[in-house]
Design a protein around this ligand. Structure first.
Ligand code: ZN
Ligand code: ZN
Length: 337
């Protein structure tokens, strides 16, 4: 079967490998669509220390059920599903308290274990979710970045009526802004790229700020009538933006860190104490796929607007190289099988 394989950092090929067989207790899928994620690009560039090589990439994977275990009573061949790529151990401390998303022994498809960018994939039954019929294959994989965005908003305990500054108008930021709106919160997107801000406005985000050409602090102060934002979602991973979050947030505010910075960042902890901030990490997601799929199916979150294009599996290696070289040209690309 065809697969998209990273031989080593900087070398991505279409590889012909033996067809995947169904693992015990697992379900075999014929992959129909796969999203290319920022983390796949990081793996290609060799900047993700968690990735080992060679590695089949891809963790945003949707497809049709081909083969089920004898005891399976729900899913049957032909059913449309998306896989939850965070495979947890079930017995470590975070797993024992329900935080399977940050399992100590977490293995993520396409990162620690083989990804799903191949014609077939076998995956544990409890990590598969049924996909509503009205979501086209080209956008089904985007339910995965949406759960990441939803988790970041939930980690900050965001409530209706609150202002949410979202730093970074990439996929996660644009999805977080839309999700914030669905729960009645007011999104303020901060990003230095005007085209991204224009897209945010087209998606209904009322407040957008370019920190390179305006005084973000002053603007947030005006929008929030002096209070500053009760919630900040840091979705860029940029060092200055992470530092900025502490200024953008209100006293007694909450910050959710979902972007991955490139290195350690010095922060004014005295200011965190003075403002009594809650700063929380936000990694992957837990239990949010059904809601994510429902929001997309009901048209409450527009993921299509973030789809730059879809390509074939044969075109995928060259597309990954182009995204790595020109990231500004792309938001989401999906690979259709
Ligand atoms: Zn992803
Ligand atoms: Zn665990």
């Amino acid at each position: 079967m065809k697969s998209v394989c990273l031989k080593r950092p900087g070398e991505i090929v279409l590889a012909d490998i033996p067809k995947t067989r169904r693992g015990s207790g697992e379900i075999l899928l014929k992959v129909r669509s796969a999203g290319i994620c920022g983390s796949d690009i990081g793996a290609y560039k060799g900047v993700n220390p968690l990735v080992s090589y060679p590695r089949i990439i891809g963790h945003e994977i949707a497809g049709e059920v081909v083969e089920v275990p004898e005891e399976e009573v729900d899913l049957k061949p032909g059913d449309r599903v998306i896989l939850e790529p965070y495979v947890y151990c079930g017995h470590c401390y975070p797993c024992s308290i329900g935080h399977t998303n940050c399992c100590e022994n977490l293995t993520v498809r396409g990162v620690h274990i083989e990804g799903g960018m191949a014609e077939y994939v076998s995956h544990p039954r409890h990590l598969l979710h049924r996909v509503p019929d009205n979501i086209p294959w080209a956008i089904v994989p985007m339910a995965e970045p949406l759960v990441i965005a939803m988790h970041a908003i939930k980690q900050a305990q965001t409530r209706a009526g609150e202002h949410v500054v979202i730093s970074g108008a990439g996929q996660i930021g644009l999805l977080a802004a839309q999700y914030a709106a669905t729960i009645g919160a007011i999104a303020i997107i901060v990003d230095p790229v005007d085209e991204r801000l224009a897209l945010a406005r087209a998606l209904g985000v009322a407040h957008t700020i370019n920190p390179a050409s305006s005084d973000a602090l002053a603007e947030i102060k005006t929008i929030t009538k002096g209070r500053m934002a009760e919630v900040v979602i840091e979705a860029s991973g940029d060092a200055r933006a992470i530092r900025g979050a502490i200024d953008y947030v209100s006293y007694a505010g909450r910050i959710s860190l979902v972007g991955w910075p490139k290195g350690d960042i010095a922060l004014p902890t005295a200011l965190i104490t003075k403002k009594e901030l809650t700063v929380r990490g936000s990694r992957n997601s837990v239990g949010q796929f059904p809601e994510s799929l429902r929001l997309i199916s009901e048209g409450k979150i527009n993921v299509s607007a973030l789809l730059t294009k879809s390509v074939t599996i044969d075109e995928t290696p060259a597309t990954v190289v182009d995204i790595a070289e020109h990231p500004e040209r792309y938001l989401k690309v999906t690979c259709l099988f």
